[in-house]
Design a binder for this molecule. Sequence first.
Ligand code: GDP
Ligand code: MG
Length: 143
Amino acid sequence: MAIERTFSIIKPDAVAKNNIGAIYNRFETAGLKIIASKMIHLSQEQAEGFYAEHSERPFFGALVAFMTSGPIMVQVLEGENAVLAHREILGATNPAEAAEGTIRADFAESIDENAAHGSDSLASAEREVAYFFSAEELCPRTR
Ligand code: GDP
Ligand code: MG
């Protein structure tokens, strides 16, 4: 199995509910290592750029408004098959459809405010990591 890196966001709803630590615990329990992390409050431009692929969707305005409504945590996670492993513990986009025990099932209320983001492919992960982190900010684990 390949060691991969993927990108994670703890969204404004989960930060507001003080669920940062509980969600970090899910990553670590799943064997994913946090190799970079910071809190930021997205500008309109940053949120629009991050979600550019959804710019034609009807929910785009609501998504950008939500993502700029409060601070978020952004992380880089490293581990075996990290992209898929992270998507699995995240659960389906709509928390009502997310499997029991997943982050979205346990920490999210609705599809509009669904607690966390995870890259959907290695290519997305590379783009998304680079969107928020410089190479110097990544701290690969050597021990
Ligand atoms: P993800 O990869 O599971 O996060 O899902 P998508 O890439 O399809 O969508 C990105 C984000 O847009 C989701 O996590 C939701 O926050 C939001 N979103 C997706 N579909 C809807 C929708 O039908 N309505 C609203 N309000 N937000 C949505
Ligand atoms: Mg997506």
